[in-house]
Design a protein around this ligand. Sequence first.
Ligand SMILES: CC(C)(COP(=O)(O)OP(=O)(O)OC[C@H]1O[C@@H](n2cnc3c(N)ncnc32)[C@H](O)[C@@H]1OP(=O)(O)O)[C@@H](O)C(=O)NCCC(=O)NCCS
Length: 163
Amino acid sequence: MHEYTVRPITSEDQDFLWEIVYHAIHVPPGAEPPPRSILNEPGVSKYVREWGRPGDFGLLAEEQKTSQRIGAAWLRLFTLDDPGYGFVDENIPELSIALFPGFRGSGIGTALMTRIFEHAKSLYPAVSLSVVASNPALRLYERLGFQRVSVTGNSITAQLRFA
Ligand SMILES: CC(C)(COP(=O)(O)OP(=O)(O)OC[C@H]1O[C@@H](n2cnc3c(N)ncnc32)[C@H](O)[C@@H]1OP(=O)(O)O)[C@@H](O)C(=O)NCCC(=O)NCCS
């Protein structure tokens, strides 16, 4: 078990967001990880650049022993003109989430998302995301109540609606 604490992402954490968004890209078993230059692609950089815009909200987990930042979940609103991969509506933020590889599978992602939803449910009707169909994270999202909205190629857009 990893001992960790959770705190809001601030403008000082921009470097870490660039690092962690790279790890949010699904790499199927046996496949080569993408080159770091993928971070320059607008479809990826739009989740991080100019962090601190209205509506931006995120939480990160820090390992207690080392104070190392180990993962994050964050929300960002997009527009119809410039949507994210998981765009549903201008009033529904998109969720991004990743943990560094050594910290996955022990409940930290669930804990981060549960706290993000607590924040989001008083502000928005839903949160959405895009996930590759073969990503095991899809199981977790569906367990937490996400429902499929649309499918494009091998990507699924799903949303969690708040009652
Ligand atoms: C997705 C992720 C944030 C979940 O956090 P976590 O702390 O590992 O998840 P939890 O321990 O709370 O829950 C376990 C569930 O997470 C998912 N999961 C676990 N390890 C995973 C991995 N290496 N890759 C993707 N999903 C994983 C599975 O759905 C698992 O459910 P299962 O036990 O039924 O298989 C984390 O695994 C991760 O960073 N994965 C790689 C990046 C990624 O895929 N991000 C999402 C892009 S849409």
